[in-house]
Design a protein around this ligand. Structure first.
Ligand SMILES: [Fe+2]
Length: 199
């Protein structure tokens, strides 16, 4: 008699994430990824994002309205050496993250809602926008360590997307952002709302 194994949603999610992470580690190999590799990682995350039942706003709610932050991160996966860090980013309300780098590679892929990404070139006196792209269902963006982007979410429908980094955010103390108010590059402060969601 065949034994039926019933998995909870969180077990299914864990297993499905682990499958994608294995493929992503294989795609990346031991070399620093280039845009071509990042494109393949993006494809893998777009596949993962199709699992709507496993990645819903109900399971990954944004912070309560009226709080300090309008977005939070759920840590979904991270290797022991802190590489291949995958987060679900949940947001509701206005988000305007200033132009910043990551000092590691990054891939962002949409699940629900829209997040506008703007891309910049460095200039002597700051940054200059040269492109933009909307992260939404079935779409994403890739960034090399020195690439600069800003993130914009407008009030309305909640947003849920995957943010994946070559290294966990706690390991990236040297990320920089352009302060338009002070007209200078500043160190990006640590994220204040990262929630553990690996089990
Ligand atoms: Fe970013």
């Amino acid at each position: 008699m065949k034994r039926e194994i019933i998995m909870t949603r969180s077990e299914q999610r864990k297993e499905r994430i682990a499958r994608s992470m294995t493929r992503i580690r294989d795609l990346a190999g031991n070399q620093a990824p280039n845009y071509e590799t990042l494109g393949k990682i993006k494809g893998e995350l777009i596949e993962l994002a199709r699992e709507k039942d496993l990645f819903s706003i109900e399971d990954f709610p944004p912070p309560d309205a009226g709080g300090k932050r309008s977005n939070c991160l759920y840590r979904l996966s991270e290797d022991e050496d802190h590489r291949f860090a995958l987060y679900a980013n949940a947001a509701q309300g206005t988000v305007n993250a200033p132009p910043h780098d990551h000092t590691t590679w990054a891939v962002i892929v949409g699940i629900t809602g829209e997040e506008e990404n703007r891309f910049y070139k460095k200039r002597e006196d700051g940054v200059e926008i040269f492109d933009k792209n909307v992260v939404q269902e079935g779409a994403g963006v890739t960034l090399m360590p020195d690439d600069i982007h800003s993130i914009h979410i407008t009030e309305g429908e909640p947003v849920l997307n995957f943010h994946m980094y070559g290294l966990a955010l706690e390991q990236l103390p040297g990320r920089n952002y352009w302060s338009d108010k002070n007209k200078e590059w500043k160190v990006f402060p640590p994220h204040t709302d990262i929630r553990e969601a690996r089990s």
